[in-house]
Unconditional design. Structure first.
Length: 620
């Protein structure tokens, strides 16, 4: 396919912003005890030495409709320092709210882009719909002076950070984990057809990067043909033509190349040193996340200070930024009818696994063990449904929902592997009891509701063809009322508190994603709202593994988080046919080697118990 590469450059639509704090009005700064900066207009000066905390009262403003916050600060002698931004929600004495810690990466302008619903929770906030103040707090008593610019709120997508970074003007950014490039602060795919396999790589002792994206931005009339594996463009008034050969033409005259270009799915890759010399850059920057930056600035970034920005930059090159509508389209294209199965295994793969259990000794032993624990003669099968016998409240709620989910998944698997409909009815009994509850406790946090939703979604997907319409409607209404709607509110930051990143967030995302994929036909609008926000929240969970696969918490939290993320990837892969780049984010693939690593950049492994690691088979 021959394509004009300039047409591949993304044209993002950010919508309009709402000003939360306008420092162009001197009353805004005066109310917090600050003064306007006489040098930089529309900023207020905060001196760390004189003030530990700066508070801007909002009088219980409703921010639940907004998704992003952007602002900039000018730092004087503050490189390496940090400060906290908190949205107070609740009584002043408790200091409850939603908080994030922001680094001052360098002196001069520092830009911030914050996704509001996924900030850390401090204390017991009452919700994003009741935010009483914006509070800045210093983390260190160093003599730092910040000039704070206007705080802008965005309902949709906010401008990406790299659009404002002066260091990236005229630079080219690649990542060994991503199928996208950023050239002169413009994002475009490495391949004309957007293939996920076309990524920079290392071979023969060299880094190889695609030249097409650079030619699209730096040159003129850049045209690539991924069937003929050719690249043609005009640069500095000369016409260049490259093929997968050790020669090229300049204005029709043939010249030799020092190294033969490599071809991946019709896209030409060149050594990064050749690309640097050809387009006359002076520096090559690399870091542990796999970033490769061609620039004229020496030491363009300080990895020790700007690691959060570098990870976000790597994520911009790796993730496909799907929206809810796009995921639904992929879902219906991949699995047009839900009756064939969407989560983990389709009907055909279940039949194949059933045959494998009869012929393979290891698989047969696993099936026998599953029957021993959950078969028709087991105690679990004979017992009454968990939700029907347990007073699900307080501390018992978590264990009860986990047990109910485990049973629904196990009975559902036995139905698929044996064809015995009594297992499908046993799944139905567990789910009917959960559906009959007045609430899943989402008003106290979405965590337990997400666990129940995961079990019910998997049980529904695997067993619902054997049920009547009345039962299916009961399950669908329960997942809608108790999980999908509270989950959509939580993603918006309204009502229940949300925890960004970490094991709990991964578990919540897995449950809500499963329910949304299964309910996409019954409740497409609500499912779309979940699928629209889930990828960004899930990406923050993957960020916990960067750059080397280490995890800041203990082995138990690592197991819980990694298991949930593997479920997320497996669900997206089976239902939509793609993972939208999540599995390629730095660090996650390396975390499977945890047993061979005593300590990492994120922390040390400490555990008295051997974790359950069956999910590691996914990494193979």
């Amino acid at each position: 396919m021959k394509k004009n590469l300039r047409a591949c450059i993304e044209q993002s639509d950010f919508g309009e912003s709402t000003c939360l704090l306008d420092f162009g009005d001197p009353r805004t700064a005066d109310a917090a005890g600050l003064s306007a900066d006489p040098v930089r207009p529309r900023t207020a000066v905060w001196d760390f030495a004189s003030r530990v905390r700066v508070r801007f009262d909002l009088q219980e403003r409703d921010l639940s409709a907004f998704r992003f916050l952007t602002f900039s600060v000018w730092a004087v002698s503050g490189a390496g320092e940090t400060f906290s931004l908190r949205f107070a929600s609740g009584e002043i004495s408790t200091e409850s709210g939603y908080i994030c810690t922001l680094p001052v990466t360098h002196n001069g302008w520092n830009d911030y882009r914050i996704e509001l619903p996924f900030l850390r929770v401090q204390g017991a906030p009452v919700g994003w719909d009741r935010v009483s103040a914006v509070v800045f707090e210093r983390d260190d008593p160093e003599e730092t002076v910040l000039s704070i610019g206007n705080l802008l709120l965005w309902k949709g997508i906010a401008p990406y950070l790299y659009l404002k970074r002066p260091e990236l003007k005229g630079a080219a950014v690649f990542s060994q984990t991503g199928a996208f490039s950023i050239v002169d602060r413009k994002r475009l795919p490495n391949a004309p057809d957007g293939s996920a396999a076309v990524k920079p790589f290392e071979a023969e002792g060299k880094l190889w990067v695609p030249m097409g994206p650079v030619a699209a931005v730096m040159g003129h009339r850049a045209v690539a043909d991924n069937k003929a594996a050719t690249l043609n463009f005009i640069y500095r008034r000369k016409k260049y033509s490259f093929k997968a050969e050790a020669r090229y033409t300049v204005d029709g005259e043939e010249q030799s190349l020092p190294v033969c270009p490599k071809e991946i799915e019709g896209t030409l890759f060149f050594p990064v040193g050749f690309v640097r010399e050809f387009f006359r850059w002076r520096q090559i920057f690399t870091d542990a996340t796999g970033l490769i930056i061609l620039s004229n600035r020496k030491n363009i970034f300080d990895c020790s200070l700007e690691s959060p920005f570098l990870w976000n930059l790597c994520a911009e090159l790796t993730l496909y930024r799907p929206n809810g509508r796009g995921i639904l389209e992929d879902l219906h294209r991949r699995t047009p009818t839900a009756s064939r199965g969407r989560l983990f295994l389709t009907h055909e793969k279940w039949m194949k696994l059933r045959r494998v259990c009869k012929s393979d000794a290891f698989a047969g032993a696993w099936l026998r063990e599953l029957k021993t624990t959950f078969g028709k003669t087991s105690e679990a099968f004979a017992e009454a449904p968990v939700a029907a016998t347990t007073a699900i409240a307080g501390a018992e709620r978590d264990a009860a929902f986990r047990l109910a989910a485990e049973r629904m998944i196990s009975f559902g698997a036995l139905y698929r592997l044996t064809g015995d409909k009594r297992y499908a009815e046993r799944v139905a009994a567990e789910g009917d009891a959960l559906a009959a509850l007045p609430s899943w406790g989402a008003d106290h946090g979405i965590g337990n509701a997400a666990v129940a939703a995961l079990g019910m979604a998997i049980g529904y997907d695997w067993c619902h063809p054997t049920w009547g319409e009345t039962r299916k409607m009961k399950w669908e209404r329960a997942m809608l009322r108790f999980a999908l709607r509270p989950g959509a509110d939580a993603y918006r930051g309204k009502g229940t508190a949300w925890r960004s990143g970490g094991a709990e967030s991964a578990q919540i995302n897995a449950g809500l994603l499963a329910a949304a994929l299964v309910m996409a036909d019954a409740y497409p609008e609500t499912a779309c709202r979940i699928l629209d926000r889930a990828p960004a929240s899930i990406a923050k969970c993957f960020a916990e593994y960067a750059p080397d696969g280490g995890y800041a918490e203990g082995v138990g939290a690592w197991e819980k988080c990694t298991r949930s993320l593997v479920l997320v990837l497996a669900m997206l892969e089976s239902a939509c046919g793609k993972t939208y780049g999540l599995d390629a984010l730095p660090g996650f693939s390396e975390t499977a080697w945890f047993g061979a690593v005593a300590s990492t950049a994120n922390g040390a492994w400490q555990s008295r118990e051997m974790p359950r690691t069956s999910f590691l088979s996914w990494f193979t």
